[in-house]
Design a protein around this ligand. Structure first.
Ligand SMILES: Cc1cc2nc3c(=O)[nH]c(=O)nc-3n(C[C@H](O)[C@H](O)[C@H](O)COP(=O)(O)O)c2cc1C
Length: 191
């Protein structure tokens, strides 16, 4: 691979939302490759703290119903929106696959938790870039229902959900990205 190809891949990765997903299915082997690449993320003291639960096919309905109910239970009566509840369900059902992003805390706590969250985020970035390379779309969502999802999934001790990755095919041109200039975020120290 040429550096320019990697530069283009990184710059073209976008958050693509379920509203524009098509129904074109994604082969299971592609999902397998996404998580395989996630597994090669850097991590301190080899804790490999990322876990994924992959909801596909009929299983999506259970997840969709759960998230819609959980939204209803977590949100205050005043800010409840039926449109948002329905969107929560539809986001899952419009996705070919939803990956639940899980942090596995090292039982020996060999490293601080933030380092493990950083490693999971690096794993998700690997996955997300692979999604882009396959011409697929997706995004990392962090709804307020993640603690309820952790309970619902009956995750073992030390595991908790830190997001959902909605994944699908799409055929619209993605929105262009927006970033402030890197010059404002970098200090060169050379002498
Ligand atoms: C840790 C994390 C959590 C995020 N949670 C949400 C979310 O809950 N809802 C959402 O619309 N986007 C979420 N995003 C996606 C960001 O909104 C998106 O990355 C940002 O707007 C930049 O757009 P881009 O990904 O197309 O470059 C999340 C991204 C990260 C890294």
């Amino acid at each position: 691979m040429q550096p320019d190809q990697l530069n283009d891949l990184i710059h073209s990765r976008r958050s693509i939302f379920p509203a524009i997903f098509t129904e074109q299915p994604i082969p299971r082997e592609v999902i397998q490759q996404l998580v395989e690449n996630a597994n090669w993320a850097p991590n301190h003291r080899r804790t490999e703290p990322w876990r994924f639960q992959i909801f596909r096919g009929k299983a999506r309905t259970r997840l969709a119903d759960f998230l819609a109910d959980a939204y209803m239970q977590t949100v205050s009566e005043a800010s409840f929106s039926e449109i948002k509840r329905e969107k929560t369900r539809k986001n899952v059902l419009r996705s070919d696959t939803v990956l639940v992003i899980i942090l596995q805390r090292d039982p020996e706590e060999k490293v601080p938790e933030w380092e493990e969250i950083a490693a999971v985020a690096a794993a998700v970035q690997n996955l997300w870039l692979t999604v882009t390379a396959y011409g697929l779309g997706g995004y990392w969502s962090t709804p307020g229902t993640l603690p309820a999802l952790t309970d619902w999934l009956k995750l073992p001790q030390g595991q908790r959900c830190i997001g959902l990755f909605y994944l699908g095919n799409y055929d619209l041109p993605p929105a262009s990205g927006q970033r402030g200039p890197i010059e404002e975020k970098v200090l060169w120290i050379e002498e």
